[in-house]
Ligand binder design. Structure first.
Ligand code: NDP
Ligand code: A1CAB
Length: 308
């Protein structure tokens, strides 16, 4: 299927839909300008830079965002401005999918089947690419709710996509073509890091990377609490904790160092770090965090199932 400068419909534009649109528009706003097309009234991105023409063809031409309720559509317009065409309700979904080339399914997993099975959607999806970010919804399920003419890809991004520091994992189905995969990987690579893995890993990915920002923020908040306990002002403690986590994470990502080696390099014999580390180990922090991912992955695997 041709994917030159496609229009993307974000079907279910809440937290993640907004993060993906915002991050993508920001990624293009440097060299490119985003403007509202009077003809189609959805956002178009005009490239005036001398960038790679092949990459340019993979950039979205514009976004359409679909939500369920009219009130949400009003709020969304104030968040995304006139760069994005906003539609709501069942008729809005059919219109949005019909006008787009690529559909990003960002509803809650529990409503994915109903949204894709609604009258007019299957026809509107003919010969199009459907990328689902719904936790626990498998490629097999997505294929069974669409016709064979629709190409299906599963993605698991996370909220930091909004600031282009995201982590996304993609899985393709047996019939996914290379161009669809290249386009999808290009979109998510501009929003942070992007990897392709076999679908069997996606529940673990959902727990570690999808839910991960929540777990990381609980750790961040707890570290800051400790600083506050020892007299630091809250804003200072939060800044220190956030920068420490970012710095340590960047050391792992940029140097490739093992986390244990970085820990050891901080730990002076008989010093304060080993005193703190032993206290952490007494609290079983390692197994608590590892079990957190295990439990979240177990629940993720159930999210696409019909509720009895
Ligand atoms: N939140 C996260 O960190 C992550 C979430 N995910 C996955 O992303 C998906 C979305 O999550 P999230 O963004 O948090 O959810 P939100 O609740 O923030 O957004 C869901 C959106 O879907 C819309 N919606 C609901 N029903 C319909 C419908 N019938 N037709 C069209 N739109 C509809 C809602 O509109 P309205 O407001 O009008 O009801 C809302 O805009 C989930 O499947 C989740 O598993 C994946 C990775 C990370
Ligand atoms: O909590 C959830 O179910 C979703 C999936 C990953 C992050 N949030």
């Amino acid at each position: 299927m041709p994917l030159n400068r496609p229009t993307i419909c974000v079907l279910g534009c809440g937290t993640m839909g907004i993060a993906i649109i915002r991050g993508t528009l920001d990624s293009m706003s440097g060299a490119d300008s985003v403007q509202c097309s009077p003809k189609s009234s959805h956002a178009t991105v005009a490239n005036e830079s001398g960038s790679d023409p092949e990459e340019d063809l993979l950039r979205p031409a514009g976004f359409i965002a679909c939500v369920s309720h009219q009130e949400s559509s009003v709020k969304l317009k104030t968040i995304l401005g006139d760069q994005v065409k906003v539609l709501y309700g069942e008729a809005g979904n059919v219109q949005g999918v019909s006008e787009a080339d690529v559909i990003l399914l960002c509803t809650k997993p529990q409503v994915a089947k109903a949204v894709l099975s609604a009258p007019g959607i299957q026809e509107a999806l003919t010969d199009k690419l459907l990328v689902s970010i719904c936790a626990g919804v498998t490629i097999e399920q997505l294929q069974s709710w669409t016709t064979p003419t629709t190409t299906v890809i599963r993605a698991m991004p996370n909220t930091p996509c909004k600031i282009r520091e995201g982590m996304t994992v993609l899985s393709c189905g047996p019939t996914t073509d290379a161009q669809s995969m290249k386009f999808t990987s290009n979109i998510f690579s501009t929003l942070g890091r992007c990897r392709i893995l076999d679908e069997k890993h996606l529940d673990a990915v959902t727990a570690l990377a999808g839910s991960g920002p929540a777990f990381a923020c609980v750790m961040l908040e707890a570290l800051a609490d400790g600083g506050v306990m020892m007299g630091l002002p809250r804003d200072v403690a939060t800044e220190l904790a956030a920068q420490v986590l970012q710095g340590a994470a960047r050391m792992v990502l940029t140097t490739g160092a093992h986390p244990a080696a970085i820990k050891d390099s901080v730990t002076t014999p008989g010093g304060c770090t080993i005193a703190g580390l032993l206290t952490m180990e007494d609290g079983k922090i390692r197994s608590t965090l590892a079990r957190t991912i295990q439990e979240a992955a177990t629940v993720a695997s159930t999210l696409g199932r019909d509720k009895k």
